[in-house]
Design a protein around this ligand. Structure first.
Ligand SMILES: [Zn+2]
Length: 148
């Protein structure tokens, strides 16, 4: 007979218990709290929290996600604000086409267009800095959005 998977009310983790313990008191191996094992499997098990689509690649590793995407988001935001007129943030995000357009527009126009491109860069940089890590990941890494 299979082990029962039950939900510990003390530390909110799913623990395995022997089926003979159903209906009796068991102690959680993680927090050592005592709880009554439900007779039927899943009786006390909550549905696992839904994982947003954008987190699929990070397998629920929230800390890693924040570290990786959060730092990329801030770096790209700063690159856009300070180097946006030559498309630095586009190259950083792997948008080579969009980066080249900005770089060529600035250099071929002998910097006549640079104020326009700089404004675009600043707007994009502010958008990167204001959106959440999830939004940034979804928009610029999953959907590969090139502009804004
Ligand atoms: Zn526990």
């Amino acid at each position: 007979m299979n082990e029962l998977h039950v939900y510990c009310p003390h530390c909110r983790s799913t623990v395995k218990v022997q089926p003979e313990l159903a209906g009796q008191l068991a102690s959680c191996p993680l927090c050592f709290g005592q709880f009554r094992v439900p007779i039927t499997e899943g009786g006390a098990t909550p549905s696992s929290p839904a994982t947003p689509a954008g987190f699929a690649g990070f397998a629920g590793n929230r800390q890693n996600f924040e570290k990786t995407v959060g730092s990329a988001r801030v770096a790209c935001g700063l690159l856009a604000i300070f180097g946006g007129l030559v498309g630095l943030h586009k190259f950083a995000l792997g948008r080579m086409g969009a980066g080249l357009i900005m770089l060529l527009a600035t250099s071929l126009s002998c910097f006549l267009l640079s104020p326009v491109l700089w404004i675009i860069g600043i707007i994009e940089g502010v958008l990167y800095l204001l959106c959440t890590d999830e939004e940034f990941y979804q928009r610029y890494i999953v959907e590969e959005q090139s502009w804004f």
